[in-house]
Design a protein around this ligand. Structure first.
Ligand code: GLA
Length: 655
């Protein structure tokens, strides 16, 4: 438990002093907020979350990469597609069949048209002036009730051209012919893929912006055109975030133009680099939050961690992507059923895409049974789109809770990260359910039901994840905490001044460089962004000694939008400067807007001052906006601000 202060340190009993303090705080605000017209904090009253593309729930299907790398071919892909249909997985939602790297032969120099490697995709040998076409291939998939995905790169060259140099299926020809990526061809290629060839999904990699470095052996030996890297892997300060984002925005715009009916999926594959964990939601439908997964337990932890604390940055239409499932290989093959179920359960709980990537034609039935667990798939595909929130966190064990549908049901995962048995006690409070009424748990793997009141103790086997659907008496019978509904929240401005690397992602031994460097470093920006039930830096929410188990932790100068889809009547919160703030000197103010109009505001709140009660009447309001303004001056860090117990409710009294 947190230590509680008995007294706020700056509290004073002298009314005069208090009054002059209030005047001083207000003055500080007037001075700094003269400048704030274009800081992104002004409410707009209109939902600013991206609505392009078609991924109302996390994409599901099969991807060729981990199964075959570049040694993919038409039979292998069609074989996987056939198993998806015949096994019933397609009916459960596994419909995307994504062809990854390795399909291309060259870019024709006469007109820039991409040519397919027909030696491995025979149906693409359509002849005529176009040479090759994937239309017969996508037609076949569509006729099976499936969708078709393709792979490209945002730069001139793709990842296999840097990392799979012994592949028999690398693009061929002159330097120009081997420039198969989107650079300089965005509209042409997107039109080809989506208007002519009929693809539904595109994965856009980023090696072209990172790996073809002037003067490098790769460029010299392979005769590639060099490009000063826009992405320096792991070095956010030397990465041109704006340029990388602009490249992907151009692709998004071309897709919108090519498919005005919005029937496409854009998968951004920049591996957590270039601060994509913060802006991916505004540009694509899913974005990789980390490096490529490998079939080892620690790689799975690394990739899971890269997405697990980003619940407020995902929601219907846009999903954190910790990479394709590595089920079927290494630590997740059929001989490791505990690890297979854990990997799958965790991806389901955090609304990760469920993309299988082993040779389905030759896989064991036991794996299909895991993938076919309809209860676990249903969690992931829940229409409300609330990513699970890590409600108990440690390096040994975690408890992740996901609100389902209208909030009457919860899913909870108890996850043993370690290699020894872990004692885990689940509290009704973890589920935001009453501790004095029975809670029913249905185990989604064993299908057994049990009941407890207050708390229940478990011992998890090494690497085990238990997943339950839970029902009970909600703590809030007439409403919902905002941290229960992260999918209804859009973080428009998160207040981070410059991207910081996230130190909380499990630092595995890098599978590519081993222990040749000094160690595994934090790699992914996004540290300090808004969090559910925690401060932006993962501390418990606490204002003047008062601990909030529920709430939203933000930085000053942030703006969040919340959809009031359920038509709640009041927003209530206890707001203040968080006790863990580094910047203890500057006050902040909290504002609540409804459809663009100011509904409630706090007085300036200082470090150490008790939480202010805020209440806003949101009857009839569609979009609520939560703004925290700080007395921002250059050189000072943002203030940690806590929306303690922030909730929406139907009733305005009793609190
Ligand atoms: C990168 C991506 C992988 C895969 C390969 C293809 O490494 O992150 O998912 O697409 O490229 O070369």
């Amino acid at each position: 438990m947190q230590e509680r202060w008995t007294e706020a340190p700056q509290a004073t009993s002298r009314p005069l002093l208090r009054a002059s303090l209030a005047v001083a705080l207000a003055l500080a605000f007037m001075q700094v907020h003269a400048k704030s017209s274009d800081d992104g904090l002004a409410p707009t009253g209109r939902w600013e979350g991206a609505t392009s593309g078609s991924a109302s729930t996390p994409p599901m299907g099969w991807n060729s990469w981990n199964a075959f790398r570049t040694e993919v071919d038409e039979d292998k892909v069609m074989g996987a597609a056939r198993v998806l249909v015949d096994s019933g997985l397609a009916k459960l939602g596994y419909t995307q069949v994504i062809l990854d790297d390795g399909w291309w032969l060259k870019r024709r120099t006469s007109d820039g048209r991409l040519q397919i490697r027909t030696g491995i995709f025979p149906s693409a040998a359509t002849g005529g002036k176009d040479g090759t076409s994937f239309k017969p291939f996508t037609d076949k998939l569509h006729a099976m009730g499936l969708k078709a995905g393709i792979y490209t790169d945002i730069g001139r060259n793709a990842c296999s051209q840097a990392y799979d140099l012994h592949s028999p299926n690398l693009p061929q020809g002159t330097t120009a012919e081997r420039e198969v990526g989107l650079e300089g061809h965005v509209t042409q290629d997107i039109n080809l893929y989506f208007k002519e060839w009929g693809f539904d999904y595109i994965k856009v990699d980023a090696c072209g912006l990172a790996d073809f470095v002037p003067g490098s052996d790769l460029v010299k030996q392979q005769n590639y055109r060099a490009q000063a890297p826009l992405i320096e892997r792991g070095a956010i300060n030397r990465t041109d975030i704006g340029a990388v984002r602009a490249r992907y925005e151009a692709v998004a715009a071309a897709l919108k133009a090519a498919r005005p009916a919005n029937d496409y999926v854009l998968s951004i594959c920049a591996w957590g680099m270039a601060n994509v964990r913060s802006w991916g939601k505004d540009v694509g439908n899913l974005w990789r939050t980390s490096a490529d997964i490998t079939p080892s337990w620690t790689s799975m932890l690394h990739n899971f961690d890269s997405a697990a604390k980003r619940a407020l940055y995902a929601g219907p239409g846009h999903w954190n992507d910790p990479d394709i499932l590595h089920i079927g290989h290494g630590a997740f093959d059929a001989a490791n059923p505990v690890e297979v179920r854990s990997h799958f359960s965790l991806w389901a709980m955090i609304n990760a895409p469920l993309l299988v990537s082993y040779d389905l034609r030759n896989g064991p039935a036991a794996l299909l049974d895991v993938l076919g667990n309809a209860d676990v798939v249903r969690l992931n595909q829940d229409q409300a789109g609330h990513q699970g929130v890590v409600t108990y966190d440690s390096d040994d064990a975690q408890i992740i809770v996901k609100t389902l549908g209208d909030g009457q049901r919860k899913a909870v995962a108890l996850f043993n990260r370690g290699a020894t048995p872990a004692p885990v006690t689940l509290l009704a409070g973890h589920l935001k359910l009453s501790g004095s009424a029975p809670v029913t748990l249905r185990d989604l793997w064993s299908k057994q039901t049990s009941t407890f009141t207050g708390e229940k103790a478990f011992t998890l086997a090494p690497h085990e994840t238990l997943v339950f659907e839970a029902t009970g008496k909600r703590q809030l019978e007439d409403g919902v905490y905002l941290s229960e509904i992260p999918g209804s929240i859009n973080v428009v401005v998160d207040g981070t001044r410059r991207p910081q690397l996230d130190p909380t992602v499990h630092r595995m031994i890098d599978p590519w460089s081993s222990t040749r460097s000094g160690g595994a470093r934090p790699q992914y920006a996004g540290w300090g962004g808004a969090q559910a039930d925690a401060t932006p830096y993962g501390q418990a929410l606490q204002v003047a000694g008062q601990v909030f188990d529920s709430g939203i932790g933000v930085l000053s100068d942030s703006r969040l939008q919340v959809k009031n889809d359920a038509g709640h009547a009041f927003l209530m919160a206890s707001v203040g400067v968080d006790d863990s703030t580094d910047n203890t000197r500057q006050p902040v103010r909290f504002y609540v807007y409804g459809d663009g109009k100011l509904l409630a505001e706090s007085a300036p709140a200082a470090f150490g001052a008790k939480a202010h009660a805020l209440k806003a009447d949101i009857r009839g309001v569609k979009i609520i906006e939560l703004v925290v303004r700080g007395a921002q001056t250059d050189g000072t860090p943002p203030v940690l601000a806590s929306w303690g117990d922030v909730l929406l409710t139907r009733v305005g009294s009793g609190r």
